[in-house]
Design a protein around this ligand. Structure first.
Ligand SMILES: [Zn+2]
Length: 254
């Protein structure tokens, strides 16, 4: 079990990761470098001072505006930082403070970045999906978590399953989702099954809620499926094996 201090400290580190993910989310789809130039206001170009670069806090202190030109800083920035803080704290609280974090944190960080980019632009860049897939294999080999054959099979299975879904029901899903679910399978192994279940369930629920509220107009505003895949991936990191056990107890009577 993780102590409260371990959860808090790692959570704050998560907020710093979230701050970096904001850079990733902004720059990767534009094909820009992640390291240079340093963070600057997109409106006036003023560099962000280190003391204005504190996750969540700086946005609140500046009341969401650039210190130099007063341009609005989207609320998305502190929200991604808060989300990453929460997910990282949850991973430590549920899975413990141990060497598995070295595998888990890059995986959930990649999922959060992809969810934000898909939400904004309705695309899942290969520049993040491919490294995530490579990380699935590498983490399986290096951190000794799970069985390589199982994870390869899970990756291929999840890829094939989503490919079938895209062929049968192309609306709202694309090849980016197919590749992402394959990458998730490589990392998660069998836990990719509850991950996909959560993704399809949550996607259906949100879709139906939007149609109920806005009618046909909801179709145009549909939340991209990568957001729900990422949610499923995080749930699987937190509770994948438990969800599989639950299913076996309930339906297979073992
Ligand atoms: Zn500015």
């Amino acid at each position: 079990m993780a102590t409260a201090l371990e959860i808090i400290v790692t959570g704050l580190f998560g907020a710093v990761i979230g701050s970096f993910l904001n850079v990733v989310v902004h720059r990767v789809p534009r094909g820009e470098s992640l390291v240079s130039p340093g963070s600057h206001c997109p409106e006036c170009g003023a560099p962000v001072r280190p003391y204005d670069n504190v996750p969540i806090v700086s946005w609140l202190v500046l009341l969401g505006r650039c210190r130099d030109c007063g341009a609005r800083i989207p609320v998305r920035y502190p929200l991604v930082e808060l989300l990453t803080l929460t997910v990282v704290a949850a991973v430590v609280a549920v899975n413990g403070f141990d060497e598995d974090l070295a595998a888990e944190l890059p995986f959930v960080a990649g999922l959060i970045a992809l969810a934000a980019i898909d939400y904004d632009l309705k695309l899942l860049p290969n520049r993040i999906v491919y490294p995530l897939a490579a990380w699935g294999l590498l983490a399986t080999l290096l951190v000794d978590r799970g069985d390589l054959v199982e994870n390869l099979a899970a990756g291929a299975g999840a890829f094939a399953f989503l490919l079938l879904a895209v062929i049968l029901y192309p609306r709202g899903m694309g090849m980016g989702d197919v590749k992402l679910s394959g990458a998730m399978g490589l990392y998660l192994g069998l836990s990719v099954i509850p991950a996909l279940l959560v993704a399809f369930l949550s996607g259906s629920i949100v879709g139906l809620m939007m149609i109920a509220r806005e009618g046909a107009a909801a179709r145009k505003k549909a939340v991209p499926f990568g957001v729900f895949l990422a949610l499923g991936g995080v749930v699987a990191v937190l509770a994948g094996p438990e969800l599989i056990d639950l299913y076996e107890d309930k339906f297979l009577g073992e």
